[in-house]
Design a protein around this ligand. Structure first.
Ligand SMILES: *Cc1c(COP(=O)(O)O)cnc(C)c1O
Length: 378
């Protein structure tokens, strides 16, 4: 088979970071790739595809409604657009710059570089409180007329307001609650809990733990909101008289802000099969990665590099164990400069560890990863 990446001079790397976009994400199971291939063999109506895939996934996931997006970040942008414009075509056409209320509150401890997605969708993000925490009262008094929603990131440290509390005060004032669950769901049963706590729209990644296409995701929640998402995403506005999407007003909105994050048939089909496999416990990519991480652990320990299993499925390597002067940058650069470049997790360098994540490891990577670490150890 033609290996096009190799043919144009792109090197394969070892990914011990996990489902990182900068490394192309993880390798989906072959059945997911097959689904993507078969889905492109004939044209379909995109509105029908989005509606049918949404209904199918909603039934499987046991949630009211689902819309497939190009990722969790795209879901946040689309959710923001829905929160600002709802079913109003004039407002939809004014996005991303609008005079209408477009404030999105966020607890300071929940801030994240992915917040940019909210601004792409036309929102203006307003952080409330401090990194250590946000009092419910601080959030409550910030729910002014210019605010349309609160963005909540579950699982963040800090003494913040809970989702249930946030949803109560937001709903009392007619504001929505958007949840960024990109790294919180799966496990899939957390989804029902988020909706139960009052989340209106929840954005998830398809390319992370669901094992779907890298550029896929899900936005789920209340049917009356999810049914509006297509207005900002599908460019079916050629003639007002043949506009097929739900429209409460006389004229359809033009190509929406979400059009820059379109999804193709292949992403939809791949994500549907990935979620089916995940829910049936048939995903094999994670088992493959875990087996490789076990091999890496064995090889490292045998070579005298101690590792720790801090969290269930990843390994911590103490920086002082692999670099004489404790400088992680030199070590990381040496790993990257190898003939087969090796990438390890850097997000916890601040606490003196490099992390090895199994999700992106392919057959044979475990030993190569461990050998690379042993060889570049200073
Ligand atoms: C990965 C991530 C996203 C973006 O997810 P994509 O599916 O890659 O768009 C958003 N928020 C958080 C917290 C993430 O970790």
């Amino acid at each position: 088979m033609d290996d096009v990446l190799q043919r144009i001079g792109v090197r394969r790397v070892i990914n011990a970071v996990g489902p990182a976009t900068r490394l192309g994400g993880i390798a989906p199971d072959i059945e997911v790739v097959e689904a993507m291939r078969s889905a492109v063999s004939y044209p379909v109506r995109i509105d029908e595809l989005m509606s049918a895939s949404g209904h199918h996934l909603a039934r499987l996931l046991g949630v009211p409604a689902v819309y497939i997006t190009a990722g969790a970040a795209a879901g946040l942008a689309l959710g923001t657009a829905v929160a600002i414009a709802r079913g109003d075509s004039g407002l939809a056409d004014s996005l991303p710059r609008t005079e209408a209320p477009h404030g999105i509150l966020i607890q300071a401890a929940h801030r994240d570089p992915y917040d940019r997605a909210v601004e792409v969708g036309g929102g203006r993000l307003v952080a409330v409180g401090y990194p250590e925490g946000t009092h419910l009262g601080e959030l409550e008094r910030s729910l002014t007329d210019d605010v349309v929603a609160v963005l909540h990131r579950p699982g963040r440290p800090g003494n913040g307001a809970s989702l249930r509390e946030v949803a109560r005060v937001a709903h009392e004032r007619g504001k929505l609650v958007l949840v960024d669950a990109a790294v919180h769901v799966p496990p899939a049963d957390r989804l029902a809990a988020l909706l139960d706590d009052g989340a209106d729209l929840v954005a998830m990644s398809g390319g992370k733990a669901f094992g779907g296409p890298q550029a896929s995701g899900l936005l789920c929640g209340a049917p009356e909101l999810v049914s509006l998402v297509g207005r900002f995403h599908q460019d079916m506005d050629e003639r007002a008289t043949t506009w097929p999407l739900p429209s409460g007003d006389a004229t359809p909105p033009r190509h929406g802000v979400g059009r820059i994050a379109k999804v193709g048939r292949e992403q939809v089909a791949g994500l549907v099969v990935a979620v089916e496999r995940y829910l049936e416990g048939r995903s094999t990519w994670l088992d493959r990665g875990r087996a490789e991480l076990d091999i890496a652990e064995e090889t490292l320990v045998r070579a005298g590099v101690p590792v720790r299993r801090e969290r269930l499925h990843s390994l911590d390597v103490d920086i002082l164990e692999v670099t004489a002067r404790g400088d992680p940058d030199v070590f990381i650069h040496r790993l990257r400069d190898r003939a087969v470049p090796v990438f390890v997790g850097e997000s916890e360098v601040w606490r003196g560890v490099l992390t090895l994540n199994p999700m992106g490891l392919l057959a044979g990577d475990g030993r190569m990863l461990a050998e690379a670490i042993v060889e570049v150890r200073g």
